[in-house]
Ligand binder design. Structure first.
Ligand code: AMP
Length: 217
């Protein structure tokens, strides 16, 4: 059985940072739906052009488009052991679709850690966030600064601030999270898979708690 871990949490909870580390530790693929959209945006594919309209507004890309994109991604050979899913599913319809996809792939969701961070901390976190162009490594001007300003410690590429980290868009993203993604907490609690992690702690402590929670499941 391939193992899939779904990381939940509001925008700015640290899902991307944690998902990368976790995937490496567990030898699983790291699949970030946001990164795939941004990659398509950069190369101006049809998918990228369509997604941009929604991403710029802080809204979700429609379910059918997102589901088809993830389904294609899960066919790739690096998912042979499973994957850490970062940013997908984000709606109950996506969670249902994931269940169907995994049936075909002989995989299952084994754990759903929810990285909890209160709303008032999120805006401050996102406005100080810097992402690397090459691989999406994430830094924060105060909480996790790079050794050299503007340069990724891990691969030397340029750091940039995401357009959708602007304060108005951040507020919209947090609102959309509450309306459309928060119902997944209930969905995965009912499935017996949700484990809550305190996302306000240091990055390494959150990573430790995450690993512990997953091993328990
Ligand atoms: P993220 O990098 O996860 O914060 O995602 C950035 C943006 O990509 C989101 O604000 C959405 O517009 C879009 N996006 C990412 N994942 C999904 C998803 N699962 N469903 C719909 N839209 C998504």
């Amino acid at each position: 059985m391939r193992k899939f871990i779904v990381l939940l949490g509001p925008p700015g909870a640290g899902k991307g940072t944690q998902a990368k580390m976790l995937a490496e530790k567990l030898a699983l693929a790291h699949i970030s739906s946001g990164d795939i959209f941004r990659e398509n945006l950069k190369t101006q594919t049809d998918l990228g052009k369509l997604a941009q309209i929604y991403i710029d507004r802080g809204d979700l890309v429609p379910d059918d488009v997102t589901i088809a994109m993830i389904e294609a991604r899960l066919q790739k050979p690096d998912c042979s052991n499973g994957a850490v899913l970062d940013g997908f599913p984000r709606t109950p319809a996506q969670a249902d679709a994931l269940k169907e996809m995994l049936k075909k792939l002989e995989g299952e969701v084994v754990s759903v850690p929810f990285i909890n961070v209160p709303a008032e901390v999120l805006v401050e976190r996102l406005s100080g966030r810097w992402s690397c162009r090459a691989q999406g490594h994430v830094f924060h001007s105060v909480n996790n600064p790079p050794k050299t300003e503007g340069i990724c410690d891990l691969d030397g590429s340029e750091l940039y601030q995401r357009d959708d980290d602007k304060p108005e868009t951040v507020k919209r993203r947090i609102h959309v999270y509450g309306e459309q993604t928060a119902p997944l907490l209930d969905y995965y609690t009912k499935a017996g898979l949700l484990v809550e992690i305190d996302g306000t702690r240091e990055i390494d402590q959150v990573a430790f708690d995450l690993l512990k929670a997953i091993k328990r499941n």
